[in-house]
Ligand binder design. Structure first.
Ligand code: UD1
Length: 421
């Protein structure tokens, strides 16, 4: 595990470029199994989650190489359909592999997926979708076993699950006939997955709307593809400027994908400018509270930026209310922030945050990826030193965040400990 030591108190300022998107990279990496030719991926973030996904692909027999700034995945050598238990347990997105492994081998055997501690994360919609495509699935002894030759179908998701939409898209690419996903999630990462699949010769349309249609084709072909910028990391880095009273510009970003956050930052009194792939946030002396924020599927306010916004509102002038609609238990950062002097109350899925003028350093725990990022933001604002335990959870999704903070004038020291969790 790793610990971060943060010395707070300086305004962060400067320009940083944003990494490729984790949530686009993971399903695209899973998709490489559908194509029996080499795939070159650019802008794939080097983070724990993608490294774990690559380990799983290697364990299935894929060849993975890094060449200059690109990653090359060649699944011609893939020859196994059983996902390794320990690795898949660590990475919730290993569930995406069910659709692509099943499509490739006619069978898939996976453990129940792991991931963030943000509440019960069922996979019923994934399994319902795969069953509709003619997979027979048994769940036994903590494993999910799928078999069958896939055929197109209409799947109504009921709730627009990001992962289920992506998994069914992957399963449907080589299935016989047409698959229609209704109530599909509309997140930009789904559009990126569609763009990738189309670049490989698959026939997918409608991503970004609630109806995605996939016409099955027998084979895809190799391609070179650049993964979209990470909108959650873009938002987090802008918040580094906002919370410390600084001035941060993020380049290589897609501003429109962070719009719900930019609107909140303007409401807080930040000066926000977006042009030509760069977004700048210049903070006021003290941010103002924002009345009400609720997380929703895209294009609503993203649940993955809720903890970081929570940190900002903890030091804003006035009282803010935040409701978490997407995940049932995503406020574990609230109690950690209280250790630093923040004032908040949680009533079921709603947090009432009374902004304080000062926070002080404390020893806190990153319970999950984005909650950990929120603690780093608070630590940079706080007086004194903050120690974040289990910062490896932050490293699941942020590429060298300590160096990014240093580049902007903040101080983070990273300590690695060899003992496991
Ligand atoms: C993805 C993102 C994650 C983000 C989330 C919501 C990746 C790798 N992760 O996660 O960062 O926070 O979207 O934007 O892309 N649900 C069910 N049954 C299912 C599937 C989901 O009930 O079969 C529920 C979940 O418990 C949750 C809600 O649907 O309450 C949203 O989950 P989902 O959209 O599937 O999120 P993930 O794909 O897991």
């Amino acid at each position: 595990m790793s610990h971060w030591l943060i010395s707070g108190g300086s305004a962060l300022a400067g320009t940083v470029s944003v990494q490729g998107s984790k949530n686009a990279a993971l399903p695209i990496l899973a998709a490489t199994l559908l194509i029996e030719e080499p795939i070159e991926l650019k802008n794939c973030p080097v983070i724990r989650d993608t490294e774990n996904m690559l380990r799983i692909l290697r364990s299935l027999g894929c060849t993975v190489k890094r060449e200059a700034d690109a990653l090359v995945v060649d699944s011609r050598t893939a020859n196994r359909f059983v996902l390794p238990t320990a690795l898949s347990g660590e990475l919730r997105s290993s569930i995406f592999l069910l659709g692509s492994v099943l499509s490739r081998f006619g069978a898939a055997d996976a453990p129940y997926p792991g991931g963030c501690e943000i509440g019960n994360r069922p996979i019923d919609l994934h399994l319902r979708g795969l069953r509709a495509l003619n997979a027979s699935i048994t769940e036994e002894g903590g494993r999910i076993r799928c078999a069958g030759s896939l055929t197109g179908a209409t799947v109504d998701l009921g709730y627009p699950s990001v992962g289920a939409t992506e998994n069914i898209m992957l399963a449907a690419c080589r299935a016989a006939g047409t698959t229609t996903i209704r109530n599909a999630a509309c997140e930009p990462e789904i559009v990126d997955l569609q763009n990738f699949l189309c670049a490989c010769g698959f026939r997918v349309q409608g991503a970004g709307t609630p109806t995605v249609v996939i016409d099955g084709v027998k084979q895809g072909h190799g391609t070179s593809y650049r993964i979209m910028p990470d909108r959650i990391v873009t938002g987090t880095y802008l918040l580094l400027g906002a919370i410390t009273g600084g001035d941060v510009t993020v380049t290589g970003a897609q501003a429109e994908t962070v719009n719900p956050l930019l609107m909140k930052l303007s409401e807080c009194g930040c000066l926000v400018t977006a042009r030509d792939g760069s977004v700048r946030v210049k903070a006021p002396k003290r941010p103002r509270a924002v009345g009400f924020t609720e997380t929703r599927p895209y294009p609503g306010f993203p649940t993955d930026l809720q903890p970081q916004l929570f940190a900002l509102l903890s030091v804003a002038e006035g009282t803010s209310v935040v409701t978490e609609n997407v995940f049932e238990s995503r406020f574990r950062h609230a109690q950690e922030l209280r250790k630093m002097g923040a004032e908040n109350r949680i009533l079921d899925r709603t947090a009432i945050i009374t902004g304080v003028e000062k926070l002080h350093g404390a020893c806190v725990t990153a319970h999950d990826l984005r909650g950990g990022a929120a603690l780093a933001l608070a630590g940079l604002f706080a007086e004194g030193e903050t120690q974040i335990l289990h910062a490896e959870r932050i490293e699941r999704g942020y590429e060298r965040m300590d160096s990014v903070i240093a580049l902007l004038g903040g101080t983070v020291t990273r300590k690695e400990e060899s003992i496991g969790e």
